[in-house]
Every structure is written in structure tokens, then in C-alpha cells.
Write a new protein. Structure first.
Length: 352
């Protein structure tokens, strides 16, 4: 060791040639908890605002639709009698309103009881060719009753069209009230376009088509062409699936009872689709479709109460049942046991 190096401190690893140079570790930045919570709260508030805007928009759409649907503007319903407080019975009729369709004959006839206490419903489907034996009423095919009441109101009572429609709704409701032994308070009529528009508003419904269905009628423009299997049906095909009965294209035929079963199947699929998240985002379109094609002799305020009370109801909340019977041309004669069961179902729902 040279004299010049005497007394010098020893070299550290960092000061030696090639030695690793250590740096003091930087202190970790602490996450600001406040900023994280602000972001979360902002996101939540944004979602809530969007929901409120959507609900407000739905309320606006619903109000416009309700004003179109409701035809009993001058009726005030006491609070204790409201649909949101008391079980309500109604008749729902489907009419083929196409230019070459079936006029005022009702291809779909439903009697329904809605119960606000259980937020559920019971629905009975009536075969179109059935003869309903009710004291004081002439026996005819069930689907001809509404049109007969309407035409009689026009020709025999000299009523204008709007008044005759109200009269026919009242007559069919009174007749079916006697037939089933329940108080039916309202009558709604939807045309077939309303059915297809609702399904299209939901971007279709999923159905398991039970068999190939082919039928064509150039007279009224019917062209049914469905293949067997699970599939999503648009409005036109969903209506074809429900209505299919005859075949002139080599496929198996169906019956009124099968039609009623498929009718209830598709209605259930519509309710389930509306209950889904995808369906909720399409409420505005559904309300618009219904508003353009449905008339109901219920005060607009009560229609709003119906919407708020039963919105979100799914097929599991609805009991579907069809009247069964025996075909003896030209009528279906309803089986007495089936009728008693239907009456019991409706009366039980009214009493819940």
C-alpha cells in the first residue's frame, strides 16, 4: 500500500469500479380513498339519473298511450274499488282487423281476473267455435257474439259506431259474467296488428314450434310457413303459430284446443320477455304498440294503476286454462267438468 493511500477510508461497493449503485426507495403513493368513493358515487348517481329519465320517459309514453286506450274518461272510480286495491275481472278480445280479415269476429277470447294482493292473474281461454249456453242469449259460435251485439246496436238501436262498440263490449261482458259466475268489469279489444307489434317491439319471443306448419290462403293473404323446433318468432310468425289450424301444404292439421294452448304459450312468453332486462329496456316500444291497437272501457287513471300494479308480472304469476269440449259440427260443446273447473279458478282468484 502506498503512502498516499494511507489513512483513506475503505471503498464501498458503490464506489468500487463496477459496483451496484443503490438508491433510496421512493415512498409509495397512498391512494386517496376519497377520490375512489367520489367516482363510485358519481357512477351510481349517473345510473340513477338515467333510470329516472327512462322512467319519466316511460311515464310520458304511457300517459299518451293510456289516453288513446282508455274510453271511459268521465268515470271516477272510488279508491277502495280501484284495480290497485281490489281484484278485477275483464274480457279480452282479439279481432282480425286486416282488410281481407274476419271483420268483427273474435278469434281470441279471454276472461281474466287480476288480483293486486298477490300480483297474479288467472286467464281462461274460450275456443272460438264453442257454443256458450247462457239463459237469455241465443246459441251461436262464441266468436260471433261480439259482432252480433255490435251489428244489432247499429241496426236495431240506431247507434253510431262508437256507441255501438261500447254497447257490444257491455253485452259480451254481461254474457260472460253470467257464464262464468264472476263480476267482469271491463272489456278490451286488441286487433291482430297489436299482437304482432308487441312481439316485434320485444324483438321476438322464443317458442318451441311443435310441428311443421304450412297453410296458404290467397283470399285473406294468410301464408303460414313454420318449421318444427325451438326458435325466436317475430310478430307475424308468432301470430301464425297461434292461429294455425288447417293445412293445404301437406303438414298435420291442428284444432281449436291446440290454438288456445299455443295462444297461452305465446302470451306467457311475452310476459317473460317483458320481465327480462332486455324486455325492460323495450317497455316504451311495447307501450306504444299496445296504445296504437287496444281499446279498453276503463278510465285512464285505472289503466295507469294497472300498469304500476302488475308491471313485472311473469308467466309464473299467471294461471292459464282453456275450456275443453267435444266437436260436433258446427260447434264445440264445452265439457261441464271443464266449465266448472274454469269457474272455480276464476272465483278463487277473485277471492284471494
Amino acid at each position: 500500500m502506498s503512502e498516499g493511500s494511507k489513512g483513506l477510508p475503505p471503498r464501498t461497493a458503490a464506489s468500487r469500479p463496477g459496483g451496484a449503485k443503490k438508491t433510496a426507495p421512493k415512498p409509495k403513493k397512498k391512494k386517496k380513498k376519497g377520490s375512489v368513493w367520489i367516482k363510485i358515487m358519481f357512477a351510481v348517481l349517473s345510473v340513477l339519473i338515467l333510470i329516472m329519465l327512462y322512467v319519466g320517459y316511460l311515464a310520458y309514453v304511457a300517459t299518451n298511450a293510456v289516453d288513446t286506450i282508455g274510453t271511459a274518461n268521465n268515470i271516477v272510480v272510488p279508491e277502495e274499488e280501484s284495480v290497485k286495491k281490489k281484484p278485477t275481472g275483464m274480457v279480452l278480445l282479439g279481432i282480425d282487423s286486416r282488410e281481407k280479415g274476419g271483420g268483427l269476429n273474435t278469434d281470441v277470447m279471454l276472461v281474466a281476473i287480476f288480483n293486486p294482493n298477490t300480483k297474479s292473474a288467472s286467464v281462461i281461454s274460450i275456443p272460438r267455435d264453442s257454443v256458450l249456453q247462457v239463459d237469455g242469449y241465443r246459441e251461436r259460435k262464441a266468436n260471433a257474439n261480439y259482432s252480433t251485439f255490435f251489428n244489432n246496436a247499429r241496426s236495431e238501436k240506431n247507434m253510431d259506431k262508437e256507441t255501438a262498440e261500447k254497447e257490444a263490449k257491455k253485452e259480451i261482458r254481461e254474457m260472460l259474467s253470467k257464464y262464468f259466475g264472476v263480476d267482469l268489469k271491463y272489456t278490451g279489444i286488441i286487433n291482430f296488428k297489436g299482437f304482432t307489434d308487441v312481439v316485434d317491439a320485444l324483438d321476438g319471443v322464443e317458442v318451441n314450434v311443435e310441428m311443421d306448419m304450412r297453410y296458404r290462403d290467397t283470399a285473406d293473404g294468410t301464408n303460414i310457413n313454420l318449421s318444427k323446433g325451438q326458435q325466436v318468432l317475430d310478430g307475424k310468425n308468432a301470430l301464425d303459430y297461434v292461429r294455425y289450424r288447417k293445412s293445404n301444404q301437406g303438414t298435420a292439421e291442428s284444432s281449436d284446443f291446440d290454438r288456445n294452448r299455443r295462444e297461452m304459450e305465446v302470451i306467457g312468453a311475452i310476459f317473460d320477455k317483458m320481465k327480462s332486462f332486455e324486455g325492460v329496456t323495450k317497455y316504451d316500444k311495447v307501450i306504444g304498440a299496445v296504445g296504437s291497437n287496444l281499446t279498453l272501457d276503463m278510465p285512464p287513471s285505472e289503466i295507469k294503476n294497472m300498469l304500476s300494479t302488475y308491471l313485472g308480472m311473469g308467466s309464473s304469476d299467471i294461471t292459464f286454462q282453456a275450456l275443453n269440449g267435444t266437436w260436433k259440427s258446427p260447434y264445440v260443446y264445452v265439457d261441464s267438468t271443464s266449465l266448472e273447473e274454469a269457474r272455480a279458478v276464476l272465483q278463487a282468484k277473485m277471492a284471494e
